[in-house]
Structure formats: structure tokens, C-alpha cells
Design a protein around this ligand. Structure first.
Ligand SMILES: Cc1ncc(C[n+]2csc(CCOP(=O)(O)OP(=O)(O)O)c2C)c(N)n1
Ligand SMILES: [Mg+2]
Length: 616
């Protein structure tokens, strides 16, 4: 007879989570690094009590904002190259829907996170329970239905035994490289506390290793044939290279074939910036070296990338009309984008097999020389914009130069929104794989500080340096207090340009009036003079303001030597961004306007649209 154990659904769930393991470099570790939790009536009695019981094997961490705690969980998974992950639990109603943005972020970035929002009573007896939204026409709808379109797998647990098949499916999604994304299990409050006789086998330890799919024979042959005929080949390295641990294989492939590489935001640090054939950033925020090659490339080997508009210059960058794209990707959805030749496989395995299949192939010497010359030129241009000067308000680029000089590349540098992602993509000289953490799938303001916390939990041995604008900082900074409380030291470089600088620049570039972006252009009675240093100190962090680039470098040295989270503030120029490199980005300009500037911008826009390659 099957041996059973009588537990509540919440107890069964937490016990199950604690038994899931992974191996990293031969070491067996818990797959779930812990559970972020903010309790309310929807989860405190059920899941809260169950988490307490397993607190030694599956630690619970308390945060200040549900969105932020899920950001931390997501960043933890990203820093662990999706090999370890976390869960996040909330109460019902506002706590739950506070996490929807983070679910979308994980969905876009293909990152695993287990979201466990509480839900209304399955028995509906106390309805409407506090915080229940009530649908007039559908008794099965709750606020948590908001998670459906932004979860790879959503389930509502209305009976305790449902957790058995639900967790089986959840684990498939969380650990499969192709399907990977957020799982939401919506846990009805009464069901969390309801008991069931669970089979003991449900709690058997399980060690998860990532699936490495091998290429199909015909797809491999087609890809190899295309590549062997290439005169101007280019590799686009995306986040899949990092998640697959394919950096060494990529370097071998590049050395053997001489094919230059460019990197997406997600793929930056696939090769170190030092690598002679790494042209670094591609696309809208790309280097001139990468974009020059992209414009001419006849075969583009896109590895582990979603080919989002920033990578393809809104599909106007790759100008060679006879080009072939090879989509090496674990997910067919991505592999076949834009009529690519799909090569569905794990990046590492796919590169290894492709390498064997094109053995002896070498890119033409003139193409390789062209690439190297472009890189040397770019390096000069980049050195110029990142150098210190004595301007009153430094640029973002100069701040980036200072951070790089003061802290080097052997850190984890993290950013998400504002002008910084573009500048960082172009200018940061990345070190080891994973040293550059960019959340640019969702580019979510408010990711940075919480994300940094998750990155630090994943890699406590590393300096985690967060680059953030004043807008993003003001949107979500409460986890500074959590970082102090947990002793997880962060260095936060805060660039105060007094507003939404990058959107102001975009507004001007599309013919718009300066309106509602910089503080001075927004409706106000009093212009805010926000004291960020006092604010950060009030949350328990060290904080100081740098008055120059030299001052900033010294302050960063102090931040590095401190074991407490430190905010280093510097005033920056909202109007300056790096003109070198880059590419057009499709942002729709009004067809009709009373403003001459908009009409002029529209004419320029229509010219650019002609470059967009539809279905080609
Ligand atoms: C949650 C969220 N809301 C709005 C946006 C749109 N947006 C992108 S950047 C930006 C301004 C960011 O301001 P700040 O952090 O100060 O950076 P700056 O642009 O000044 O460099 C806005 C509003 C976004 N990306 N995320
Ligand atoms: Mg700003």
C-alpha cells in the first residue's frame, strides 16, 4: 500500500520545494534558494505556518514591496544562469497584483520564478472576503487572473491534492530551457490550510539538471551549408549563450572560423570585451564596429536571442538583402523568427556540432581585418566619451568610465531602465560571463535595487554595483532597507539628472515639446530638491554625494571597502548621451500635428521606415 503522510496543502508544497535539488560544478545544492514573503490574511496562517516549519532547509526572507521581492527572486535566477531560483508569496488582492509587473518581467526575460499569491476562499462561504474584487458575471474570476497572460504556467489550487500534478507541471516549466518563465500557483486561502493524505513518494528528493537538446540532422546540415558559403558572417550572441554556459564553446568557434561576434543586452559578457573579435554591443545601442558589420552581413548566426527591436534596429539594421539568418535557439518560436533557418538546440551543443559541421571554414581575411579595424576605432571613440573632464555636470558615459576605473570588470554591474542601459551597452567593458546584468527585456524602472539584492544573494562573493537614475530610484528603493537588514551589501551609483532624461531626449527627437519628463518641465508649485543622501541614510545605508568625476572615483573606493550598502550620488547632465555608434529605433511619430517640429520629425521618420525590412 502507498505510504501517505497527512499534511496541509501548504505544508506539502513547502516540503516538496525543499526537496528539489540541483548540481552546480558537481556540488548538490537546493534548487530553491529560498522564499520571499510578505504575509497578509491570504497566506499568513496557511503558507506562513508551513514556511516556518521548513525555515532551516528553505529560508524565508521578508521584503518591503511585493514587486521588488519578485524582482529579487528573478535576478537571483538570472545571476545563477537559471540553475537556481526562488519563490515569492503574497497575500490576496493588492499584495498579489503588486507582483504582476514582476511576472511580466520574468515572462519577457524567460526567467524562472515561482509565484505563490494567496487567493480567495475556494468554498466561497465568506464571500466577499476582504480584498476580493468580485466579478458580476463570473464566479471563478479573482484578481489573480491578471497573472494568466504573464505566466508560462498558471494554476489555481482549489483542492489540496491538485498540488501534486500542479507542481509536476510547474517544475517542467521552471527547469526547461525552452519553456522557462514564471509559474503562478494561485493558492486559495482555505485550501492552504486543508489536509490531505499525500503519498510519501511526492517528497522524494529530485536533482534537476538542465536539458541540453541536440540539433536535428537536417537543420544542422542546412545551417552548415549556409555558413560555409558566407563571405561576411556575423554572430549575434544573446542571453541564451550565458544560460547555456556556452561562452567557451563560442570562443572556440570564433577562433576556428574567424567570425566576429556582437552582443545583445542579454548576451553581453558572452565573450570578454578584450576578445579581439568581440565587436560588443549591437543594434540601437550598438557600437559602430558591430553595426557596420551587421549592415553588411550575408549570414547572421543568431545564438540564443529573441531578436528584439533594440537588437535588429527595428529590423532596419541588417541591410544585406540576400542575407540568411540562422536561428540557433532552444525555442522554435525564437529560432524561426524573421524566416530564419531554425537550428533548434542548446547553444553550447549547437555551436559544438556546427563547429564540426563547418570544419575548415574560415571567414575571409578582409572581413576579419575590417572587424578588427572597426573595433580599434570604436575603442578610441569610447575612450574619449568616458574620459573625465571638468564639466560642471558630467555625462552618464563619464560616470560609467569612473565606475569602470574605480571598480574594474570583476564585479556584477546591474541596470535596467533610463538612459543607462544604452550607455552601458555601448560603453561598459564586460569581464567574465554574467558580470554584466541588464534587465532590458522589460526595462522595468524599479528593478535595479531589488534586482541587485537578488544578484548579491546569488553571488555573495562578488561586488554588486547598481547603476540607477533618479527616476528609477524614486520608483522603488525600499529594498535598500532589506539589503542592510540582511547584510547583503550593494553599491548603488545614483545618477541624478532631475527627471526622466532619456524620455525627454526621445521626446525632443520625435519633435515633441519638453513636457512632463524633467522636473522643471512638469507642472509644479515647488521644484523638488530631493535629498537622496538623507533618504538613503534614513533606510540604513551609507550615502555620500560626489561633486566631480574624481570625487566619484574616490567615493566608489570607499563604497567598495565598506561592508554596508552604500549609495553614491552624482548630478549628471540630462541632455547628453553618446552620439557615436547607435542605430535608428522605430518610435511612431504623429502623422498630423500643429507643431512644425513634429512635422519635420515625421518626414524624417517616414524616410527611416523605408529601411525596415518586412518579411525579409
Ligand atoms: C515601470 C516603468 N515605467 C515607465 C517606463 C518608461 N521609462 C523608461 S526610462 C524612463 C525614465 C527613467 O528616468 P531615470 O531613472 O531618472 O533615468 P534617466 O532617463 O534620467 O537616465 C521612463 C519613464 C519604464 N521603463 N518602466
Ligand atoms: Mg533621471
Amino acid at each position: 500500500m502507498t505510504k501517505t503522510i497527512r499534511l496541509t496543502m501548504a505544508q506539502a508544497l513547502t516540503r516538496y520545494l525543499a526537496r528539489q535539488m540541483t548540481t552546480i560544478d558537481g556540488e548538490k545544492l537546493p534548487l530553491f534558494g529560498g522564499v520571499w514573503a510578505i504575509f497578509g490574511h491570504g497566506n499568513v496562517a496557511g503558507l506562513g505556518e508551513a514556511l516556518y516549519q521548513v525555515r532551516d532547509e528553505l529560508p524565508t526572507y521578508r521584503a518591503h514591496n511585493e514587486q521588488a521581492m519578485a524582482h529579487a527572486a528573478i535576478a537571483y535566477a538570472k545571476t545563477n544562469f537559471r540553475r537556481r531560483m526562488m519563490a515569492a508569496t503574497t497575500s490576496i488582492g493588492p499584495g498579489a497584483v503588486n507582483m504582476v509587473t514582476a511576472a511580466a518581467l520574468a515572462h519577457v526575460n524567460r526567467l524562472p520564478v515561482l509565484l505563490l499569491p494567496g487567493d480567495v476562499f475556494a468554498n466561497r462561504l465568506p464571500d466577499p472576503v476582504l480584498q476580493q474584487v468580485e466579478d458580476f458575471g463570473d464566479g471563478t474570476v479573482s484578481a489573480n487572473d491578471c497573472f494568466r497572460p504573464v505566466s508560462r504556467y498558471f494554476d489555481r489550487i482549489t483542492r489540496p491534492e491538485q498540488i501534486i500534478p500542479a507542481m509536476a507541471r510547474a517544475m517542467q516549466v521552471l527547469t526547461d530551457p525552452a519553456e522557462c518563465g514564471p509559474v503562478t500557483l494561485s493558492l486559495c486561502q482555505d485550501v492552504q490550510a486543508e489536509a490531505y493524505d499525500y503519498p510519501e513518494s511526492f517528497f522524494a528528493e529530485r536533482v534537476w539538471t538542465p536539458r541540453r537538446s541536440l540539433p536535428d540532422r537536417d537543420e544542422l546540415a542546412a545551417a552548415a551549408e549556409a555558413l560555409k558559403a558566407a563571405k561576411k558572417p556575423l554572430i549575434v550572441a544573446g542571453g541564451g549563450v550565458l544560460y547555456s554556459g556556452a561562452s567557451e564553446e563560442l570562443a572556440r568557434f570564433v577562433e576556428a572560423t574567424g567570425i566576429p561576434v556582437c552582443e545583445t543586452q542579454g548576451g553581453k559578457s558572452s565573450l570578454t570585451d578584450e576578445h579581439a573579435l568581440n565587436m560588443a554591443a549591437v543594434g540601437v545601442t550598438g557600437t559602430s564596429a558591430a553595426n557596420r558589420l551587421a549592415e553588411e552581413a550575408d549570414v547572421v548566426l543568431a545564438v540564443g536571442t529573441r531578436l528584439q527591436d533594440f537588437t535588429t534596429g527595428s529590423w532596419a539594421l541588417f541591410k544585406n538583402t540576400g542575407k540568411t539568418i540562422i536561428g540557433l535557439n532552444v525555442q522554435l518560436f525564437d529560432a524561426a523568427k524573421h524566416r530564419a533557418l531554425p537550428l533548434v538546440a542548446d547553444a553550447r551543443e549547437g555551436l559544438a556540432e556546427l563547429s564540426a559541421a563547418v570544419k575548415g571554414y574560415k571567414a575571409p581575411a578582409s572581413w576579419i581585418e575590417n572587424a578588427k579595424a572597426g573595433k580599434a576605432e570604436w575603442r578610441k571613440a569610447a575612450a574619449k566619451v568616458t574620459a573625465a573632464t571638468n564639466v560642471a555636470l558630467p555625462s552618464d558615459a563619464q560616470v560609467i568610465g569612473a565606475v569602470q576605473r574605480a571598480l574594474g570588470s570583476d564585479i556584477i554591474v546591474l541596470h535596467a531602465a533610463g538612459g543607462l542601459p544604452g550607455e552601458m551597452h555601448k560603453l561598459w567593458q564586460a569581464g567574465a560571463p554574467g558580470s554584466y546584468h541588464s534587465e532590458y527585456g522589460f526595462s522595468c524602472m524599479g528593478y535595479e535595487i531589488a534586482g541587485g539584492l537578488g544578484a548579491k544573494m546569488a553571488r555573495p562573493d562578488k561586488e554588486v554595483v547598481i547603476m540607477i537614475g533618479d527616476g528609477s530610484y524614486l520608483m522603488l528603493n525600499s529594498e535598500i532597507a532589506t539589503s542592510v537588514m540582511l547584510g547583503l551589501k550593494l553599491t548603488i551609483v545614483l545618477l541624478d539628472n532631475r527627471g526622466y532624461g532619456c524620455i525627454n531626449r526621445l521626446q525632443m527627437a520625435t519633435g515633441g515639446a519638453n513636457f512632463n519628463n524633467l522636473l522643471r518641465d512638469a507642472r509644479h508649485e515647488v521644484l523638488p530638491e530631493i535629498d537622496f543622501v538623507a533618504h538613503a541614510r534614513s533606510l540604513g545605508a551609507n550615502a555620500e554625494k560626489a561633486s566631480s568625476i574624481a570625487d566619484l572615483e574616490a567615493a566608489l573606493g570607499r563604497a567598495r571597502d565598506s561592508d554596508r550598502t552604500t549609495v553614491v550620488l552624482i548630478d549628471t547632465d540630462p541632455l547628453v548621451s553618446t552620439g557615436e555608434g547607435g542605430h535608428w529605433w522605430d518610435v511612431a511619430v504623429p502623422e498630423v500635428s500643429a507643431r512644425a517640429e513634429v512635422n519635420a520629425a515625421r518626414r524624417g521618420y517616414e524616410e527611416k521606415l523605408k529601411l525596415q525590412r518586412v518579411g525579409d
